[in-house]
Design a protein around this ligand. Structure first.
Ligand code: LIP
Length: 263
């Protein structure tokens, strides 16, 4: 196994520290489901607590780096320094409904290129990590994308538009209509970072979603690439981090799936 570098250790330690609070809070969400008001405020507070710990830990270890989190206000970046893109709770809706599928995602980006990433699922205690040129790992096992090349045995993941994702439903239903009947299955699990990590681990053959943010994607993009997979925009553009529709898959099925999804 490749030894995690200093920066991976920094990111992994920050994620594990923040996850302690998330796991404790997750235990309470279950109780709050039945209350009249529901757990929404409680969950935003949990998200903010995770955010605060991640910010503190990452900026203590790398004070010069830029840091953007889902919860932070936009501020000018120093273009000479790398940028951490952090989602303190990816899969918020799952968390809110007491569904144990969520994670913390930390990506490190140089210029526009993700170069390192850590995604931690504290419920399953799986830490996914990758660094440019050093491979991708889950816990201490190397990850490789799947080698399936037959469409009919491929399992895909996606995100379904929901309230607020204006105008995307028509395009999505067309994509789903083009593909669902051809493949083994399509999952909507609700945490983009884990969808990418699972694609890197060969659990899914591919994943696509429109409307994600760089903090959902930065860590997962480097993971899929280091596991031997391909990541692009569905329409062929190269702005994967800031672009429209993220599309990641194993190398064998990349072109064929894209053709069908965009037909
Ligand atoms: C979520 C993503 C998910 C997507 C949701 C949302 P959050 O991130 O991981 O894939 O479908 O719209 O963006 O809001 O839980 O950090």
């Amino acid at each position: 196994m490749s030894q995690p570098s200093a920066i991976i250790n920094v990111m992994a330690m920050a994620a594990k520290k923040a996850a302690l609070g998330l796991v404790r809070d997750f235990g309470e969400v279950d109780q709050l489901q039945v209350s009249q008001k529901g757990p929404a405020d409680f969950v935003s507070a949990a998200d903010l607590r995770s955010d605060e710990i991640l910010r503190r830990e990452l900026s203590k270890a790398r004070p010069d780096y830029n840091l953007i989190t889902e919860e932070s206000e936009a501020k000018p970046l120093n273009p000479d320094q790398p940028t951490f893109y952090v989602d303190p709770l990816d899969g918020t809706t799952n968390f809110l409904h007491a569904i144990p599928h969520f994670c913390i995602s930390i990506g490190l980006v140089e210029g526009k290129k993700p170069v390192a990433g850590v995604i931690y699922d504290p419920i399953k205690d799986e830490i996914f990590w990758a660094e440019q040129g050093r491979g991708a790992f889950v816990n201490d096992r190397r990850m490789r994308v799947s080698s399936r090349s037959q469409l009919n045995s491929a399992l895909l993941a996606t995100g379904i538009p929901f309230k607020g994702s204006k105008g995307r439903m028509e395009k999505f239903t067309k994509q789903l209509n083009n593909i669902a009947g051809q493949v083994s299955g399509v999952r909507r699990m609700g945490a983009a970072a884990l969808d990418l990590a699972y694609t890197a681990a060969g659990r899914y053959e591919a994943y696509w979603e429109e409307g994600c943010y760089p903090w959902d994607l930065a860590a997962g993009i480097i993971m899929v690439r280091e596991a031997g997979g391909m990541v692009s925009e569905l329409d062929g553009g190269d702005q994967v981090l800031h672009g429209g529709t993220i599309y990641a898959s194993n190398a064998n099925l990349h072109d064929e799936l894209r053709r069908r999804l965009t037909a």
